[in-house]
Ligand binder design. Structure first.
Ligand SMILES: [Zn+2]
Length: 182
């Protein structure tokens, strides 16, 4: 069973009170903050946004992810020709970790773009508005050559996503453990 499903079940059992439920796990910001006291800020914010749908925590979560990416780049001595790719890779990791809706980065989910004052179908997502998982579209999103993406940045993205997955595993385990007591 997926952690989220387990959480949703736990929550249905434990918070049948008047509290409204949002987010994928059906948890409220109150559930998260009471169960996750003492958790590092980044993972805590991720749980708030992903499991309780608390979008007010999103900006601060992005700051924490950016800081984690900067630190990773330094520790792993990533060679960077364009430093702004780091900010983009944070965004991509956030989209792929399903913390934010998986919308196309080019058209922001509208499926069209304005090109020479005309409304045109968005090429990046093939006019669907959804985030594309192809290497070429990720390279385009990052503003780099797709070979550079394939040879270098795809591994870096995997590493960042791995860190976010670890954050998620840590908070999920703590949530399951804490909420079971209710
Ligand atoms: Zn698009």
């Amino acid at each position: 069973m997926q952690v989220q499903e387990r959480l949703a079940m736990l929550c249905a059992k434990t918070s049948n009170m008047e509290v409204s439920t949002h987010g994928q796990g059906g948890l409220t910001p109150y559930d998260i903050s009471s169960a996750l006291s003492g958790t590092p800020r980044g993972p805590y914010l991720l749980a708030l946004v992903k499991y309780a749908g608390d979008e007010t925590a999103l900006d601060e979560l992005i700051e924490h992810i950016n800081a984690m990416v900067e630190k990773t780049a330094e520790e792993r001595k990533w060679k960077l020709r364009k430093r702004e790719v780091l900010g983009k890779i944070s965004q991509l990791a956030l989209i792929e970790s399903e913390v934010v809706p998986q919308k196309c980065g080019q058209c922001k989910g509208r499926a069209w773009v304005i090109y020479r004052k005309l409304k045109k179908p968005c090429m990046a997502c093939g006019g669907t508005g959804n985030h594309s998982t192809s290497a070429r579209s990720k390279a385009r999103f990052l503003g780099i050559d797709w070979r550079t993406y394939r040879n270098t940045w795809s591994h870096r993205l995997d590493f960042i996503r791995g860190t976010l997955s670890q954050w998620e595993i840590d908070v999920s385990m703590k949530l399951v453990k804490e909420l079971r007591r209710c």
